[in-house]
Design a protein around this ligand. Structure first.
Ligand code: EPS
Length: 389
């Protein structure tokens, strides 16, 4: 299952096309809309989120609410387009009073993008490099998530740090599967711990006062996965590499850890690897330091990944830059922006993970229709159970 997105931040709409979807999968626009709303949430978001109420419209690939096995087109309208029809017109001449963006923001794609694409207005770059594009990814991932839900797989995420406010989570690799969506979504920063949530909000308040932005870390957890997704026989086949690539494709993601991650480098092997146990007729692990992956394959434990997001480059108190017209030192552009988008990035990460996992299931259990896929999965699970007879 694959997707491609198109659309500028202040253009008419964002579009995604999802291909490789099996036939016979029920799709609900309401469920996709609730994920879109989660992506818009979070303390410290900017003014744009008050303009938009992202909702999806599906334009192809379904009949009577079920997939046909054909490409699915999804569209999310940009309500803000009506304020940008002249500055972002697809045809005609630029308005005479057009204000070009010539003070690239350090840390954003503005400067290098303008040099690479030979543009004299950084807006030509920032319109697409804006994290607004991730709304299309979340909409597209609704298809992958519904597919996974049919196979008993749930994906959640929660925030563990914003700036210097960190949640010191006890036994994160084993407890992570227990947080309910309610516990997470009731928090303004999508952190299941009430005290830590308040500290994170206070950190955002301080950042607003200082005119700066904040990054942080979040965890993505997938539960209900069958053993053996991914493959140990080739680098690209390893689920670790596919998941890492997918998570690093999200703007501002600077680090990805699997299980205890970097911590494993400082411990002896006896305190890293997870002893194998038999629980009833199922192989399991005493701990989950590996975060659910061994040999690049799922091992049946919760899949746990931690991502680090850098602070957003747009700041009310901007850094210095060079004016592209005058070559003089200038203040970087102050585009309206989020002060912190870590809770939203975590929802986007759920979406990226959903595509990788959906694709892994399709490779292993067939890709043409839900009936065959479910039967193949059941047969595989039965074979695994039979091994411990
Ligand atoms: C975003 C929409 C954008 C930004 C933000 C994310 O809208 P606008 O540019 O109209 O304010 O708020 O984009 C960035 C953080 C960025 O660096 O470009 C969204 O919908 O997530």
């Amino acid at each position: 299952m694959q997707f491609i997105t198109a659309g500028e931040s202040h253009g008419p709409c964002l579009t995604a096309i999802v291909s490789g979807v099996p036939a016979g999968l029920s799709i609900s626009e309401d469920i996709i809309n609730s994920d879109l709303a989660r992506r818009q949430s979070g303390y410290g978001r900017g003014g744009r989120q008050f303009i938009e109420t992202d909702t999806v419209q599906i334009l192809s690939g379904l009949r009577f609410g079920e997939t046909l096995g054909t490409p699915i087109t999804l569209q999310v309208r940009n309500r803000d387009w009506e304020n940008w029809t002249d500055r972002m017109a697809l045809f005609g001449d630029a308005p005479v009073n057009l204000q070009r963006e010539v003070t690239p923001r350090p840390g954003h794609a503005d400067l290098v993008g303008a040099l690479k694409r030979d543009r004299d207005d950084c807006r030509d770059i920032l319109e697409r490099s804006s994290a607004r594009e991730t709304a299309a990814r979340v909409a597209a991932a609704g298809i992958a998530r519904e597919f996974l839900a049919e196979l008993g797989v749930e994906i959640t995420s929660y925030v563990t740090r914003i700036g210097d406010a960190a949640w010191d989570e006890e036994e994160p690799m084993t407890r992570c599967a227990d947080y309910t969506p309610l516990q997470i979504e009731m928090s303004d920063v999508r952190c299941p711990d009430a005290q830590a949530s308040e500290e994170m909000k206070a950190a955002i308040d301080r950042a607003i006062d200082d005119g700066v932005s904040l990054g942080g870390t979040f965890r993505v957890v997938a539960c209900g996965l069958v053993e053996g997704l991914g493959d140990y026989t080739s680098g690209p086949g390893r689920l670790t590499s596919a998941l890492g690539g997918a998570l690093f494709s999200i703007p501002a993601i600077k680090g990805v850890e699997f299980g205890i991650g970097f911590e494993a480098a400082s411990r002896p092997g006896s305190e890293v690897h997870d002893p194998i146990l038999l629980s009833g007729r199922k192989f399991t692990r005493a701990t989950n330091n590996a975060g659910g992956l061994e040999g690049g394959m799922t091992n049946g434990m919760p899949l746990v990944m931690t991502c680090a997001m850098k602070p957003i480059p747009t700041m009310a108190s901007p850094l210095t830059t060079v004016n592209l017209d005058t070559f003089e030192v200038a203040e970087a552009s102050k585009e309206r922006s989020d002060v912190c988008a870590v809770p939203a990035a975590a929802v986007v990460a759920e979406s990226e993970v959903a595509f990788v996992l959906a694709d892994a299931y399709l490779r292993m259990f067939g890709d043409s229709n839900m009936t065959d896929i479910k039967a193949n999965l059941e047969q595989y699970k039965q074979r695994l159970r039979n091994r411990t007879k």
